[in-house]
Write a protein that binds this ligand. Structure first.
Ligand SMILES: [Fe+2]
Length: 339
């Protein structure tokens, strides 16, 4: 088999392109890392001849780095998880708008930024879990988490985490800031313990008996089946789940997002990579790596998510609202003492 790189060089020579001898490349700053991502980017390189260079770090570090590097940044593409985080990149002024018919066709409008600065590449749901042994009528909506019935029963992580910020941002969008503040105060009153740990720790609390109800992104639960997670996997059958607001707007959805950086030295390659991320292949891969859901309609869910069944997702609250309401959400958390 001929090596793809050799094919590329040969083709360039035949048509007499003035292309430099250097290989085509695109530079990605990513806050996401899975071992299987190598296969994803390898496929892009195979299809386009463009090499993908990745720098992986926490989103806030990457945004700070983009800011510090300014016009000299080598980054072309920024990948983050949670719309609340890409909102920080927007606020930092490190992104540029881009147009792509492919992306507009593939990605539903409510999963795209109206200013064309980013779009969703996979969907994750933040939902309600409960201890089956102790709870027979779990809350069916996010709103019910604030009912006095659940006083001292709920485990949910700190407000410094962007996942809760985005959940509250969605409630601000639906109910307005005043009612969202009441809700946040009600959840604080219902907490089983001061917020501590990550989403996995909230699920562990259901097994240890510290909490009866917990809030977590659905993939943390599914990970408990795939891996041997201390304090979770062995007794995971004790945990039940609720897809919230199924008789109303549907479950709160957040996104992994893709964006083009303001300084992108290879904007055309960046667009090619962004479009590739909406392909069936990439959509399946990207969602599958973390037990998430594809952003492109019609791409089948991965078998790993079938365990939790079908659900109605909130498609009426645009993802951009999570970005728009992020600052208000943080202010409300501070006001109601959600640590
Ligand atoms: Fe996560």
């Amino acid at each position: 088999m001929t090596h793809p790189a050799r094919l590329l060089i040969t083709a360039a020579a035949i048509v007499g392109l003035a292309a430099p001898a250097l290989a085509q490349e695109v530079n990605v700053y990513s806050s996401r890392h899975y071992d299987s991502d190598d296969a994803l980017y390898g496929e892009f390189t195979r299809e386009t001849g463009i090499t993908v260079n990745r720098i992986e770090a926490k989103a806030d570090e990457l945004i700070a780095r983009l800011k510090a590097e300014g016009d000299n940044s080598p980054a072309d593409v920024l990948l983050t998880v949670d719309v609340g985080r890409v909102a920080r990149a927007v606020a930092a002024g490190v992104l540029q708008p881009f147009e792509s018919k492919v992306i507009d066709t593939r990605i539903p409008e409510h999963l795209q930024d109206p200013d064309n600065l980013w779009f969703g590449i996979s969907r994750r749901a933040r939902i309600i879990f409960y201890a089956k042994e102790r709870v027979s009528n779990p809350p069916q909506t996010y709103e019910e988490l604030a009912d006095p019935e659940w006083k001292g029963k709920i485990c949910i992580r700190s407000s410094s985490n962007v996942y809760n910020q985005s959940l509250l941002a969605s409630l601000i969008e639906v109910h307005g800031a005043a009612r969202a503040r009441e809700w946040a105060a009600g959840v604080v009153a219902n907490m089983a313990r001061p917020p501590q740990g990550g989403d996995t720790d909230q699920l562990r609390g259901l097994i240890s008996g510290e909490c009866d109800v917990a809030v977590a992104n659905q993939y943390y639960f599914l990970r408990g089946f795939d891996k041997d997670i201390d304090g979770l996997s062995a007794e995971i059958d004790k945990i039940g789940w609720v897809w919230p607001n199924q008789d109303g707007r549907g479950a709160h959805i957040n996104l992994a997002t893709a964006a083009m950086t303001k300084s992108a030295p290879h904007p055309e390659n960046a667009i090619k990579l962004l479009e590739f991320l909406t392909s069936d292949f990439a959509q399946h891969h990207f969602a599958h790596a973390n037990n998430e859901y594809p952003a492109v309609p019609g791409v089948p869910n991965d078998a790993s998510t079938e365990r939790m069944g079908d659900f109605k997702a909130d498609t009426s609250t645009p993802a951009s609202a999570l970005s728009r309401n992020a600052a208000t959400a943080q202010a409300i958390f501070n006001e109601v003492g959600w640590n």
